[in-house]
Design a protein around this ligand. Structure first.
Ligand code: MTE
Length: 312
């Protein structure tokens, strides 16, 4: 992700995953070095807290999953730093209990939900989704969560609710990356109400059958598989139903490059690089990027009649 023009990162400067992994293997091999050893032990000892009663879901893919290690060590979570390994290294400072999520705005039933009540709100489902980052890499992740529509329905949106705004925790004490102004904190994202109500739109509380690791957005995050990864806001504390289109953190940071919709679209290039192909983490050759990340049969009707070059 790119912040300001002065900060330009070319796609070629983003470390390709295979090189990144090679570097990590090299570091881990140097067991005598304290830094390498610490990194290795951190990766081995992940907190494996299993989530109970997780159901299978019809909305799931039968595709090779990206290994747990890659899903949890190659991340974007700017609240913990802008490097891919920063979230795994720094997100230990995030306290995920107690935690509440406020649902408010244009609703009849505004409510402050305790995170453990959200765990029981609806049956938890495992959903294997394709995720495509705007930077050009992708993963296949077995999320555990419930449809956002379950939560929004309970809030009873009023006729003025046209959009949904998602707000992430703002606490520089727990989130060291917020001490720098790389983005306008807190991290804000938004969806149109019908996108938010779509059956594929998930509130994830886990992955690989376990509680969500902090670096992946614990204790609760959004997952919108047909949009670029940045729409999937992590560590959410507030969900606000609003009449006007929200301005997301990325739109504020760089409106020419990041629009509100941000649907995965191989025909609409990022101003500085093509979006036609992607590198699946763990693979060497690039793949063709699919329209709406392969979910076109399920979501294309949401955008019928819209010029997707204009509404990028
Ligand atoms: N949410 C918050 N709060 N802060 C972030 O920096 N990064 C986004 C998104 N959600 C981000 C965020 C981006 S750019 C991507 S690609 C995905 O999270 C990455 O999710 P993952 O690390 O679980 O794969």
């Amino acid at each position: 992700m790119l912040i300001r023009h002065s900060d330009i990162i070319l796609p070629s400067e983003i470390t390709p995953p295979e090189i990144y992994r090679e570097r990590r293997r090299f570091m881990q091999g140097m067991g005598a070095l304290a830094a390498g050893a610490a990194l290795g032990s951190m990766e081995e000892a992940h907190a494996s807290v299993k989530l109970a009663g997780v159901r299978a879901s019809a909305h799931t893919l039968d595709e090779d999953k990206t290994p747990y290690k890659d899903v949890t060590t190659y991340n974007n979570f700017y609240e913990f730093g802008t490097g891919k390994s920063d979230p795994a290294e720094n997100a230990g400072s995030l306290k995920t209990r107690p935690w509440t999520v406020t649902v408010e705005g244009a609703v009849k039933q505004a409510k402050i939900w305790d995170i453990d009540a959200l765990l029981k709100l609806a049956p938890l489902e495992e959903r294997v989704y394709r995720m495509r980052c705007v930077e050009g890499w992708s993963m296949v992740i077995p999320w555990v969560g419930f449809p956002l529509s379950e939560l929004l329905r309970r809030a009873e949106p009023t006729g003025n609710a046209k959009y949904v705004e998602f707000v992430t925790l703002n606490d520089p004490k727990q989130m060291p990356g917020q001490r720098s102004r790389v983005l306008d904190w807190p991290y804000v994202e938004g969806l149109r109400l019908d996108e938010a109500m779509h059956p594929l739109t998930l509130m994830a509380m886990g992955l690989y059958g376990e509680v969500l690791p902090n670096q992946n957005g614990a204790p609760i995050r959004l997952v919108v598989p047909w949009k670029y990864g940045f729409k999937s806001a992590k560590s959410i504390v507030k969900i606000r139903l609003v009449e006007k289109q929200p301005v997301s953190s990325w739109m504020k940071a760089n409106p020419e490059e990041y629009g509100f919709y941000s649907n995965v679209n191989p025909q609409v290039d990022h101003p500085r690089w093509s979006q036609a192909k992607e590198r699946r983490i763990g693979e060497f050759f690039k793949r063709d990027t699919q329209m709406f990340n392969g979910y076109a049969s399920q979501v294309a009707q949401l955008y019928r009649g819209m010029d997707l070059k204009k509404f990028y």
